[in-house]
Ligand binder design. Structure first.
Ligand SMILES: Cc1cc2nc3c(=O)[nH]c(=O)nc-3n(C[C@H](O)[C@H](O)[C@H](O)COP(=O)(O)OP(=O)(O)OC[C@H]3O[C@@H](n4cnc5c(N)ncnc54)[C@H](O)[C@@H]3O)c2cc1C
Length: 396
């Protein structure tokens, strides 16, 4: 059954409340009776305001009638913040280009926000064939309610078989909203994506059961097949000189006002580098013994121009904010240099940092598992070693 919405003419009094409530400007009055047009997304806002008269009836779509063969192409959400493309976007394009080799379909991107149109060329330069964008001052950086509605609208129109986003703070919040609007599934935080060539299904692989198994999930009956991609796991696409793509403005899609108002943006106060973007990360664990000893890590990070990471043991003990946690339930990082200080090397920690180019471990226990993956190991007391390292770097 398709989703449907119906105005019961005998009950409609032409009060117009539904017109005011509709965020998509999909209702108008004709001869004092509400008429709903094709812009309706079945959000139900009109049904809620018409409780008194019960003149609007909605039936939710199930996917029995969905024609899967009508969905073609790979599409991605072009995440951005403060008018800069997020670093996860080239990674998503990288995996999309791999999928394209098997599917032989174009790659498109959805870009919504304010003053974001200039990003379209940058997206295309990574090998994207078409960018669909809506640039409107009513779409703020954090207006996820508005953005999710617009992204869903574009997807309904362009009908891709696959829609991908970043497993970032924004992606983890936005894509579930979009999936719910489209009544399709979503596999979050995938570490691998590939195509099951027989049925052209997207194989969405992610750790499950605490990282003990890798689960591969298929979305057979619903479209688009939606997944978020774990940041820093997939190889970022290189730019392709002179790649030509199309830029399409979706002016016909109305932009509703936001229900949420963002009063202020307060960036996290840190004088070291952002963890996800850092080339050098110095992480501290339970071996630091006391929260005040994170200063040793911060001093070294500042001296070396790196970011501060942490194990979950340190975060759980409230020694440092969760945003610094590296590992399976924290951030995945792949810096050039990762220095693990007083971290034993539990499998869940390794899951977030083992792709680092050079791993240096400082640990007093010569049998600590972190030494199994470290390229350089220093067996000793971190309280002697870290200040000495900082001193030598500062005096260099
Ligand atoms: C579902 C699940 C998800 C998890 N997710 C994560 C995650 O995302 N990230 C994560 O980190 N963990 C995660 N964990 C927890 C993980 O299993 C470990 O408990 C945690 O990583 C241990 O942190 P640690 O290495 O700091 O502490 P410990 O294992 O206690 O290690 C402390 C180390 O410090 C060394 N040490 C002590 N004193 C000194 C000294 N003076 N000088 C030098 N070395 C010293 C010790 O030899 C020891 O090796 C998860 C666990 C589960 C079950």
């Amino acid at each position: 059954m398709d989703s449907g919405i119906k105005v019961i003419k005998e009950k409609c009094v032409g009060c117009g409340l539904c017109i005011k409530a509709c965020p998509y400007a999909a209702i108008r009055l004709v001869d004092k009776i509400a008429v709903i047009d094709e812009k309706c997304t079945f959000c139900g806002a009109c049904v809620d305001v018409c409780k008194k008269f019960k003149a609007i009836v909605i039936t939710r779509r199930t996917f029995k009638g969905q024609k899967i063969e009508n969905y073609k192409g790979i599409c991605l959400y072009a995440e951005h913040r403060h008018n800069k493309l997020s670093s996860v976007v080239p990674e998503i394009i990288g995996v999309a280009r791999e999928l394209k080799k098997d599917l032989d379909v174009p790659i498109s991107a959805i870009l919504v926000g304010h003053n974001i149109q200039p990003l379209a060329d940058e997206i295309i330069s990574y090998g994207v064939d078409e960018v669909f964008f809506i640039d409107n001052e009513r779409i703020g950086d954090f207006a996820e309610d508005v953005q999710a509605g617009l992204v869903a609208e574009i997807l309904i129109e362009i009908k891709p078989e696959i829609f991908l986003g970043g497993g970032t703070v924004i992606g983890r919040s936005l894509l579930p909203r979009v999936a719910a609007k489209l009544l399709t599934g979503l596999t979050a935080d995938c570490t691998e994506l590939s195509i099951e060539t027989g049925e052209r299904l997207l194989k969405q692989t992610r750790p499950a059961f605490g990282g003990n198994i890798m689960a591969t999930i298929l979305c057979k009956n619903h479209r688009p097949q939606m997944a978020t991609v774990r940041h820093k796991v997939m190889k970022a696409a290189d730019r392709i000189d002179g790649y030509v793509g199309k830029i399409t403005e979706m002016t016909h899609i109305p932009v509703p006002g936001a229900e949420l108002e963002v009063l202020e943006f307060v960036p996290e106060k840190t004088d070291t580098v952002n963890l996800a973007e850092a080339d050098i990360i110095i992480s501290g664990g339970r071996g630091l013994k006391d929260p005040k000893n994170f200063k040793l890590i911060e001093d070294l990070a500042r001296a070396i121009g790196g970011a501060v990471g942490a194990s979950r043991a340190a975060v759980d003990a409230d020694w440092i904010a969760y945003s610094h946690q590296v590992g399976q339930t924290g951030k995945t990082v792949n810096p050039t240099v990762y220095i693990a200080c007083g971290i034993s090397g539990a499998i869940q920690h390794l899951a977030g940092m083992k792709a680092s180019d050079i791993i240096i471990a400082i640990n007093s226990d010569p049998d600590a598992p972190i030494f199994d993956i470290a390229h350089y190991g220093i067996v000793g007391d971190l309280f002697d070693i870290i200040p000495e390292m900082t001193k030598q770097i500062v005096n260099k």
